[in-house]
Design a binder for this molecule. Structure first.
Ligand code: ATP
Ligand code: MG
Length: 447
């Protein structure tokens, strides 16, 4: 129990009067208050941020342990000191004081979050991210400000270093990319030009070999005839290879242009199938075609034929005797969908996407024999279909056949077409050659 005594001796009467108050409750409340204050101070000291309170004059009324630690002063020594004079870099004191003064009179615009440096006792600057609250909150009665600040000096430094490193790496990558692009362009240009130049002497050679084999240049012995036929066959292979390399190069350097004409592709598909039939018959593979109710579409006739020849060529090549190939054309709202399905060896899931990359050929299994080719067919097919604005994909169960699908829109996108439609394929190729970037010297007239 706590009591408060107020006593007064009255000399005249020779007595002392005393008033006694029971102040136990008041005392308890005081002790509780002190406890709460100590607790609050401990919490503030535990905080990982600076916590500082300033009065209207900018004097420090509270600063926690972390604050002293960051600023480099002994605990308790800054109370009553002017925050701006002691703890801010000299260059900004005047300006910040002005802003603070207008805030305290309720005029300035209060900013809750900002970044500012502080000055340590050792004269070093540390960057602090501040979060502020006005004490009291009512502008007329602003009594000061309470701020919590996080030392972001190291993080900022790290961020800047990181940014620098990212910038440097990006520049290096960009440089490598440019170099690779130039090399790739050079490679494509080289291939386009070389294959063009190779085609020139091969054409007369082919004709001569054919004439020789047919006996047009005079009678040959059986052996000589066979020799001439072998030369002619290999010339054909070489021409095909050169044409394929030329097409793939054009596709990869985006110079392939189409000559579009409105067409119903049913007839075109039938023609290609008829051309492929002898080869399929010889192998014992049947080809079936379901003609669709098709709209006319704008298509490059020569390139469309190339797509069908390649897909059928593959289907025949990878389907064993007794197998079946089904070709279907279906008319859709704004495009046609063509599919070529076979009952051949099928494709492993892992190879499905790779098939369309130039030079990719799935390894034949040990019972299969190598089937020739260079792995360029599907890359060319995809390039042509895409240039028309269509899509191509494949579905297959390994060992049970494959189905290749492609779409062609009724109206290909702008830019797909070679606007000079009177060009023949040959002159078109020459035009493409002119568009080739880079400076590889062209040696003319190898005959
Ligand atoms: N219908 C199919 N069934 C199974 N595998 C196929 C089929 N079509 C293509 N492939 C696989 O995809 C590969 C790539 O086909 P692509 O037509 O590009 O080249 P290729 O036929 O090997 O040679 P090229 O077409 O240049 O003469 C083939 O080697 C084969 O492994
Ligand atoms: Mg092929």
């Amino acid at each position: 129990m706590w009591f408060e005594w107020i006593s007064r001796p009255i000399v005249k009467e020779g007595v002392t009067y005393a008033i006694v108050h029971d102040i136990t409750e008041k005392k308890k409340a005081e002790e509780e208050l002190i406890l709460q204050k100590e607790k609050a101070e401990k919490y503030l000291d535990l905080a990982g941020n600076i916590i500082v309170a300033l009065n209207r004059k900018g004097e420090i009324t509270l600063l926690n342990k972390k604050g002293y630690e960051i600023l480099g002063y002994k605990e308790g020594t800054l109370i009553g000191k002017n925050w701006f004079d002691v703890c801010l870099p000299k260059k900004m004191v005047k300006q910040v004081k002005t802003v603070f003064a207008s805030l305290m009179t309720g005029k300035g615009k209060f900013v809750e979050d900002y970044e500012n440096p502080v000055l340590t006792s050792g004269g070093k600057e540390r960057l602090i991210s501040w979060h502020n609250t006005l004490l009291e909150g009512v502008p007329e009665k602003v009594r000061g400000v309470l701020s919590s600040g996080e030392d972001i000096t190291e993080i900022r430094k790290l961020n800047e270093e990181l940014e620098q490193r990212v910038k440097k790496r990006t520049a290096q990558l960009q440089k490598s990319y440019e170099e690779l692009k130039t090399l790739d362009e050079l490679k494509s240009n080289f291939l386009i030009i070389t294959s063009h130049e190779l085609k020139t002497p091969i054409t007369p050679l082919m004709i001569q070999a054919q004439m020789l084999a047919r006996g047009d240049l005079g009678p040959l012995t059986e052996k000589q005839k066979q020799g001439a036929q072998i030369i002619h066959k290999n010339m054909e292979r070489l021409t095909r290879l050169i044409n394929d390399i030329l097409d793939v190069s054009k596709i990869s350097s985006k110079v392939l242009k189409l000559q579009l004409k409105k067409k119903n592709i049913n007839d075109r598909i039938s023609e290609v199938i008829s051309e492929k039939k002898p080869q399929a018959d010889e192998k014992g593979v049947k080809i079936n075609f379901v003609r669709g109710d098709l709209p006319e579409i704008k298509v490059d006739d020569f390139r469309f034929q190339q797509v069908m020849v390649n897909l059928l060529d593959n289907a025949v090549k990878f389907t064993p005797a007794g197998g079946k190939i089904s070709v279907k054309a279906v008319g859709k709202e704004d495009h046609v969908l063509v599919s070529v399905a076979d009952t051949g060896r099928g494709i492993k899931k892992a190879n499905m996407e790779k098939l369309f990359n130039p030079f990719f050929q799935a390894k034949p299994s040990y019972i299969e024999k190598y089937r020739g080719g260079t792995g360029l067919g599907l890359a060319i097919v995809r390039g042509i279909v895409r240039q028309h604005g269509g899509k191509i994909w494949v579905k297959s169960i390994f060992g049970k056949g494959a189905t290749f699908y492609f779409t062609l829109p009724i109206n290909p996108p702008k830019g797909a077409e070679n606007l000079n439609n009177t060009d023949t394929t040959e002159t078109k190729e020459k035009k493409d050659k002119v568009q080739v970037k880079g400076k590889i010297p062209i040696k003319k007239g190898v005959k």
